[in-house]
Design a binder for this molecule. Sequence first.
Ligand code: GLP
Length: 241
Amino acid sequence: MNIFTFKQEEDFIQTGASLIVSLIQGNPKAILGLATGSSPLGVYARLADMYTKGLVSFTEASSYNLDEYVGLPGEHPQSYNSFMKQHLFNHIDIDSTRTHIPNGHADDLQAECQSYDLMLEQNGPVDLQLLGIGSNGHIGFNEPDDNLSGGTHVVDLLEETIEANARFFTSLDEVPKQAITMGVGSIMKARQIVLLARGTDKAEAVKAALQGPITTECPASLLQCHPNVIVLLDEEAGRLL
Ligand code: GLP
């Protein structure tokens, strides 16, 4: 694992964006694994900026998102589908037929999970998987548990995750209680993983993930088994290392 801790937000953002831009420049057909949450926002804004300046084009690239809430229509402002359009897809030239996000509003969620896995299997592996980390150590929506699932699956969100996500909704009741998420097996198949974490409330999860035992109780700790992980942290998130 290569761990970088940045004093300046600018360096955190530029490093994350540069990893993606150099990948696309070397392989315009690269497959990106994308994440939601606040951690990648600066990187997405920088990618949009670099596209506007003509420094990168995503026309041949494709993307697979990690997760989506169950029960929200794609057009719901808090769906991850809307998030990705608002923060990235509407600002770059990626072809919308090549962006993929699980459909959390599908009638048959099991069939949706299977077809997402099939697509990943047929088109993958993902070249670069961006990841955030939950303060309980979750990646995607793979919550701490006795067992973890390898493939895409429906997950019951833990109370702490529902509470953490309530900041994006008008009330706690509105926060979806389930999500579809790529499994840790699918995440680990990516050729390279870039984990982003910012803020003091991530410090314990970051320490457990990077230096603690490899355990399903901290899903991000499984990243210790991956051969090509880059971790980008701000000083607060890295303060316990
Ligand atoms: C959600 C997402 C995760 C994300 C996490 C952290 O739970 N499903 O993929 O990593 O939030 O979000 P943030 O980056 O806002 O702290």
